[in-house]
Write a protein that binds this ligand. Structure first.
Ligand code: FER
Length: 356
């Protein structure tokens, strides 16, 4: 695993200090720690949930745990704490819901308004060496007479290029915001952030964590040129945004801050532990103060990954880097992602760049 995937190092340490006297259990213990320490719970996407609860190994584990439970050392019951994961969660007065809870019907299809389109397209990835798919939203009345700004929207560890469609219904969400004059007409590109030959969310989805880092190359060298060659877009930093949920939130922060000449708008919703530590994420805080039109960070109060966003937010605060911070009442779940995408879309491309 990569250095930035620090959680895994700790998990390994946790396993080594665990003294269950059956060596054959080691892989199972590792999995138990991996799953139950690292995962936030209810919002997991289908493949992860399936792995978690569908595996017969978990049953075996439960059985073993109940037999061996009484002889287990304290490290089993209370595994070592991981950096960046305060448990229980700690809140400061600034960790609050700064943006109102949206209405229940934000992504309800409205027959009375013009509609955009969602299309699945293919591009050649030199980075991965395969033909890959991405989902593209074009706004109502899309025309080559206009050049549009582009939001690159990234999914979580158990998802793929269809995940946002399932979680937030971006087609109707954007159509509604644009019809109400609350969002700039924009193109939304939902690629597959797992840059490896088999990019399906199969098996142990955590094993593909390194491919989420490789995706930076695929995005910059393959996805963006494909989009800019195929759609009528504005190709400058003021007209490119990057945002994502969980693993995709970490990618959006990592790639957005590492490429200030490419992106001027950044959003991380419940960013995962792949988020670089603040000093690496933003090595030049003074420059970052004036560089970005929007830095959006959000997380649910019930999300076990909140510590990651808090650490990033504290740094932005200390360094006086303007940002939006929204800690709502949700967990690591689709409601948080949909609501915060809705807020993000109302701010992005509003100050500097809009469709011509
Ligand atoms: C981790 C816990 C959660 C992790 C990634 C996640 C890379 C991502 C979750 C998601 O995308 O929903 O330890 O390590």
């Amino acid at each position: 695993f990569q250095a930035e995937d620090g959680i895994r190092d700790d998990l390994v340490t946790g396993v080594q200090t665990c003294a269950l006297p059956i060596s054959a259990c080691r892989p199972f213990r590792r999995r138990l720690f991996t799953r139950f320490q690292s995962l936030p719970g209810p919002g997991l996407t289908a493949p992860v949930t399936h792995t978690l609860f569908g595996s017969s190994r978990i049953l075996l584990l439960t059985l073993l745990a109940s037999i061996c439970g009484p002889v287990l050392p304290i490290t089993w019951a209370q595994p070592p704490r991981r950096p960046g994961f305060p448990q229980p969660l700690e809140f400061s007065p600034t960790d609050r819901q700064n943006f109102p809870e949206p209405a229940a019907d934000i992504s309800k299809q409205r027959p009375d308004i013009p509609h955009g389109r969602l299309e699945m397209i293919q591009y050649e990835s030199k980075t991965v060496g395969t033909t890959r798919s991405l989902n593209v939203y074009t706004p109502p009345g899309y025309t080559t007479d206009t050049r549009y700004p582009v939001l690159y929207l990234l999914h979580g560890i158990g998802g793929d290029e269809t995940e946002w469609q399932r979680f937030a219904d971006p087609l109707n969400l954007l159509d509604n915001l644009i019809a109400d004059g609350k969002a700039a007409p924009m193109i939304v590109v939902m690629p597959n952030g797992r840059a490896q030959k088999n990019d399906r969310a199969e098996g142990d989805v955590f094993a593909s964590a390194p491919a989420f880092a490789t995706f930076e190359k695929d995005l910059l060298n393959d996805v963006i040129p494909a989009i800019e060659g195929r759609y009528s877009v504005k190709a400058d930093r003021d007209s490119r945004a990057i945002a994502g949920l969980s693993m995709g939130g970490g990618q959006a922060l990592n790639f957005g801050f590492a490429n200030p000449t490419v992106f001027a708008w950044i959003g991380g919703f419940s960013a995962a532990p792949n988020t670089r530590p603040p000093e690496q994420l933003i090595p030049d805080p003074v420059m970052a103060r004036t560089q970005y039109h929007l830095i959006w960070l959000s997380c649910g109060r019930k999300d076990q990954l909140l510590g990651i966003s808090q650490k990033t937010e504290r740094f932005l605060q200390q360094q006086q880097i303007p940002h939006s911070w929204n800690v709502d009442g949700h967990g690591h779940d689709a409601t948080h992602w949909k609501h915060n995408l809705w807020h993000f879309c109302q701010q992005v491309f509003q100050h500097k760049a809009t469709a011509e």
